[in-house]
Design a binder for this molecule. Structure first.
Ligand SMILES: [Zn+2]
Ligand SMILES: [Zn+2]
Length: 418
């Protein structure tokens, strides 16, 4: 049997999330976890794991190709090479991470990791496939230097696992380890939006790179977590793409070459915050209702259980699934994640997303088993349902009460210029 045992990382991480949640609750630290934030964080994490299924093999292929054709030195596989490799990966990580904060096009991918205003293990899962592409470019330096990919890949996996455990508020300072490793305390500083903590502690495993390059800051006051201009939105697609859109607007509005260059490669501090405000208004991003019914959380919880279970089973049985099944399950997971974000944000179109989601298993059964008649009838019925205002209103009222139908609390009259 060729199970994909990487799938076991999912229950492993979930166990630590549960332990942290229970511990925080026992210690009456009720602000460690917030419901909507947890759903949003896990949604980003699920999407990342899903994309990783499709792309990680090609990332590994790149490492092997770079090593085979371009490696500069013949570094062996002696035991001490592992030590050098660990240091080299950590140094590459430091610069990959630091530049990810200092260059707009790279920050657009990394910002997703920093959007959470709660700092806990679920925030560690906020990684995107865009970051994975950028990371691969940086990490290709290792096989280029001559480290064999058979050694590079396990060390990179170790990095990924290590960084999960630095995302917690329930572990205090760790004595002498604070002088050697990036601890939860150091990484809390990195996730802070406070002025004194900004752009500090980029390291992943070892703390000395930050000390060497002048970016170290020890934790003093409890940080305020998140980004400087908080997103205040749990909408899945907006979280992923807002900064790319901001760059695009800044780039197209820029009059000179220098300004265009800054829009792409300048630092986040050069981004005009009004661009986001304008985009939020245009796309009606902010939720406009606060009255949810009892069904809201029950249904949302069910969605999260379903996507996590679907991802786990798909990863585990990946080698046994047909391409059709993989496409159908992936589409189902992605639409559900967009749906969950839209449900939290109380968007009016959740009904249409629900219909779209129902279309996925219908299309799978119709195409995979050749049940054209079944597909035709069901697809037409779903299409007709799309136009039913009555059903759409009834559906929304399952989750939001009548108060929720009021207009957005956005002042469209005030002016914002960029
Ligand atoms: Zn960062
Ligand atoms: Zn982090």
């Amino acid at each position: 049997m060729k199970y994909n045992y990487m799938a076991l990382a999912i229950p492993g991480f979930l166990l630590f999330i549960l332990l942290e949640y229970l511990y925080a609750k026992k210690r009456k630290k009720n602000d460690v976890y917030k419901y909507e934030s947890t759903v949003a964080n896990l949604s980003v994490g699920v999407a990342d794991r899903l994309m990783d299924l499709f792309f990680s093999a090609s990332f590994y292929t790149i490492y092997y190709a770079v090593y085979e054709h371009f490696h500069l030195f013949n570094i062996g596989r002696q035991w001490y090479v592992w030590v050098f490799l660990l240091l080299a990966t950590d140094l590459v990580w430091y610069w990959y991470h630091r530049l990810g904060h200092q260059i707009n096009v790279l920050w657009a991918a990394h910002i997703v990791h920093h959007q959470s205003e709660e700092f806990n293990y679920t925030a560690a899962t906020r990684i995107t496939v865009f970051q994975a592409f950028i990371r691969t470019a940086f990490w290709s330096l290792l096989p280029l230097m001559g480290f064999h990919p058979d050694m590079v890949i396990p060390v990179l996996l170790l990095h990924g696992i290590y960084s999960f455990f630095t995302h917690t508020r329930v572990i205090g300072k760790l004595g002498f380890l604070e002088y050697i490793l990036i601890t939860p305390s150091h990484h809390r500083v990195h996730h802070a939006a406070d002025e004194k903590y900004l752009d500090k502690n980029y390291g992943d495993i070892f703390v000395f790179w930050d000390k060497l390059f002048g970016t170290f800051q020890k934790e003093e006051e409890e940080p305020v977590y998140g980004i400087v201009h908080p997103l205040k939105s749990y909408y899945f697609l907006w979280q992923h793409f807002h900064y790319y859109m901001e760059i695009w607007v800044a780039f197209t509005k820029a009059k000179t070459f220098k300004a265009k260059f800054t829009a792409l490669f300048g630092g986040p501090e050069t981004m005009n915050p009004n661009i986001r405000v304008l985009l939020e208004r245009k796309l009606r991003i902010h939720k406009h209702k606060d009255h949810t019914t009892n069904n809201f959380k029950t249904y949302l919880n069910l969605q999260m259980v379903m996507v996590i279970l679907a991802l786990f089973l798909m990863m585990l049985y990946y080698n046994y699934l047909s391409v059709d099944a993989i496409i159908a399950i992936s589409a189902g997971i992605l639409i559900t994640l967009v749906y969950c974000g839209s449900l939290i944000e109380q968007q009016r179109y959740i009904y249409y997303l629900e219909i779209m989601r129902l279309f996925v298993p219908v299309a799978f059964v119709g195409y995979h088993y050749g049940y054209i008649f079944f597909f035709g009838i069901t697809a037409c019925t779903l299409l007709l349902l799309l136009f039913s205002d009555k059903l759409s209103t009834w559906y929304r009222q399952l989750f939001f009460d009548a108060e929720g139908e009021k207009q957005p609390k956005v002042n469209h009259n005030s002016t914002v210029s960029i």
